[in-house]
Design a protein around this ligand. Sequence first.
Ligand SMILES: Cc1ncc(COP(=O)(O)O)c(C=O)c1O
Length: 410
Amino acid sequence: MPPFLSYGRQQIDDDDVAAVAACLRSDWLTTGPQIDAFEAELAQRLSVPHVIVCSSGTSALHLACLAAGLGPGTVAIVPSLTFVATANAVRFAGAEVVFSDVDPLSGLMRAQDLENAIARQRDAYPDLPLIAALPVHMNGQTADMDALRDVANNAGIRLIEDACHALGAEHEIAVEGASREWRPVGSCQAGWAACFSFHPVKSITTGEGGAVVLRDDAAAARIRRLRNHGLEPAGQEDARLPEGLGPNGDYPGAYGMSEIGFNYRITDIQCALGRSQLAKLDGFVARRRALAAHYDTALPRLGDLVSRINWDARCRPAYHLYPVQIGPDAGLARGAIMQGLREQGIGTQVHYIPVHRQPYYADRYGVAELPGADAYFDRVISLPIFVDMTLADVDRVVDALGEVLVGAAA
Ligand SMILES: Cc1ncc(COP(=O)(O)O)c(C=O)c1O
């Protein structure tokens, strides 16, 4: 049996191992120089002034929600087709979630979906301010941020991009209200902030890890504080110290805490790995694009049994995932297709069960009518895509899918 192909996995080389080993032999294991360097390198790559790395994509989303002003008695809009973490981050902040629908062919929240969700928010919570919406760049493809920005500006809300799938993607976007230019996801031209994940199946990995990126100086300072228990070192501008400690503290290393924060810190060890991985991001994304292009040319031999999702020419995706939609005439339930592939050594996944259907959210809010999210979910399967795959592996997946489906149709 050839090696098992999981739907996604990390690529770790000797240079990654060496970077981590060097950090382990250094003086710093937790907050140290690797963190500053990783943040600076990400900021340069994304052309964004502030990068705050933290313990996960989930904690990045939570920090961004808090800094955007979400809290009890406020509301945020979240597309239902996402990982639970996007909505959970809003709930961690104490705010309420209104779920939006998505395009059934791409899984992305469209401007009209956001408008509809804003209308539903006004019905459901006429007295609670709507603060933010969290478009998700599903599969490493960007939502149409120009169109979403127009709706968000009209509604007076902030966009927090869930870019956990999309490090390395680029999109064509209006820059400072002028002509459209190609920019990296995370350059925050339309989004107020963007959040990344460095989980092993993502574009690069730190094991667990994440980052918030943004242009807002004050919010960035607050996110740094919230990442570390809410603590501010004495002497830092605006630091509030306990009474009697004097403006610069009475001893080196004194600190004050003016609001409650978290331990959402990432380690220097993880950032050493992140830096080594970031240096290879272009190659990783190029590889994913080549694999996706090969799927694009190989899949049509399965006819209508399987179709590609919609990919928009205004985005060069990072292809975190390669989802396909099973055709209505496939003649086999999705679970059986996944099982058939597994028996041939091919792992697949479903991204995602619409979050508004999860019992926690259904109990809290009821189940809204979101036909686009339901339709996307009903037919989607993520096929294997990861840097160490070969084009021959892609052919193997497509052949196996054909065998399972055509075998069932025969
Ligand atoms: C869309 C999306 N948002 C948020 C997250 C959370 O990221 P993490 O696992 O790093 O907490 C993920 C991770 O799977 C994700 O796919």
